[in-house]
Ligand binder design. Structure first.
Ligand SMILES: [Mn+2]
Length: 364
């Protein structure tokens, strides 16, 4: 019997990958690290597993392997589920602009190297944007999003043909002379953090998986990474409240005739369930398990606006939907944006009307 589900990875994807980490670029990065003494690493607002994973992996490599006084500066906070990547002894190296802007900006001001991870533009670091842009230090981008802000960086490692910023960083680190392709030469924490970032960005190897993704996973496992322990931290360490609010949202989920599903979480509901930022991570993926659903939208109320997350099945563009109706972006099948309250959108009812109209227009 002929199998009609075959994997088709175009050769150009592999080639694209080779063109990203060339020996010349690796050498330039190695020289930049050798010249640096105080580096600052940053990532997008609402840091997820890949943002925290790639930052904490690089933090440990720079500190342990390169003797660089490295610090991580994040716009708001780390995602709840990845706090195991920031052990108590690492806390002094993490700075959150939301809770201490002066401290975060001072760290950037004294750094002689800026590295942005899992983020295609300084604008996505929100409160940190001015300080990062204003830094006179050389700037490096390690990312996997569409449309990197090329003009703002001295060196860029970025392609969409990769699972995560963590995978991009893995390739870059493997090209460093002290690692030389041997993942067991990475600091143990870095290996765990890279595996974590790749796992969360692929939704545990369900989406955005490339040949290099399994190769990296294989090499990290061979280097001793305990994936069971990571999975237990990521997926079996939630609070009861998270499942209660999940049940509530799924009960109220709306399906549209065009093949969309949406869920809306208000501030009032968040407070009632005692849910904090980051605890609803992954909810937007669930409705895609329904056969008819090709686009899932999750709205979560924030101060003056709704955060919008969208996920889609192949053939439907979550990215275009987020860009067209929510002034956002991201990846083809995973994107996000915002819906602000305005003169025409003053209530939840208006939000629902806007969303339903958008879904109808986009999908029909
Ligand atoms: Mn990412």
């Amino acid at each position: 019997m002929k199998c009609n589900i075959i994997c088709k990875f175009a050769d150009e994807k592999a080639e694209q990958m080779n063109a990203v980490v060339t020996p010349e670029k690796a050498l330039r990065f190695d020289r930049m690290l050798s010249a640096a003494s105080r580096a600052v690493l940053s990532a997008h607002i609402h840091a997820d597993g890949d943002a925290v994973g790639s930052c904490s992996a690089l933090l440990h490599y720079l500190r342990e392997s390169r003797g660089i006084d490295a610090h991580v500066v994040l716009p708001d906070r780390d995602a709840g589920g990845t706090s195991f990547l920031i052990p108590e002894e690492d806390r002094p190296y993490y700075h959150f602009h939301l809770t201490d802007a002066a401290d975060a900006e001072a760290v950037i001001a004294r750094s002689d190297l800026v590295i942005l991870l899992d983020c295609n533009s300084f604008s996505r670091t929100e409160g940190l944007e001015a300080a990062l842009r204003g830094s006179a230090a050389p700037k490096v981008l390690i990312d996997h999003h569409l449309n990197p802000e090329t003009e703002s960086f001295d060196l860029i490692f970025s392609t969409e043909a990769i699972s995560s910023a963590s995978e991009m960083l893995f390739q870059v680190l493997c090209a460093m002379p002290d690692v030389a392709g041997d993942a067991s030469r990475l600091p143990a924490h870095s290996a765990v953090a890279l595996m974590t970032g790749m796992t969360t960005d692929t939704n545990n190897f369900a989406n955005s998986v490339f040949p290099g993704t399994f190769e990296m996973a294989s090499r990290l496992l061979a280097a001793g990474v305990d994936r069971d322990a990571i999975l237990s931290q990521l997926y079996n360490s939630y609070r009861e409240n998270r499942l209660r609010v999940m049940g509530f949202l799924l009960g109220k989920m709306t399906l549209t005739p065009e093949g969309a599903a949406y869920m809306i979480l208000t501030k009032r509901n968040m407070n009632a369930f005692g849910i904090s930022e980051g605890e609803t991570e992954g909810f937007v993926n669930i409705p895609l398990s329904i056969r008819e659903v090709r686009l899932s939208v999750f709205l979560k109320q924030d101060a003056g606006y709704f955060r919008v997350s969208t996920r889609s099945k192949k053939g439907t563009s979550a990215q275009q939907f987020a860009a067209r109706y929510f002034n956002g972006g991201g990846h083809e099948n995973a994107a996000g944006g915002r819906l602000y309250f305005s003169d025409s959108i003053t209530s939840i009812k208006d939000v629902v009307a806007y969303l339903e109209n958008a879904l109808n227009e986009f999908l029909s």
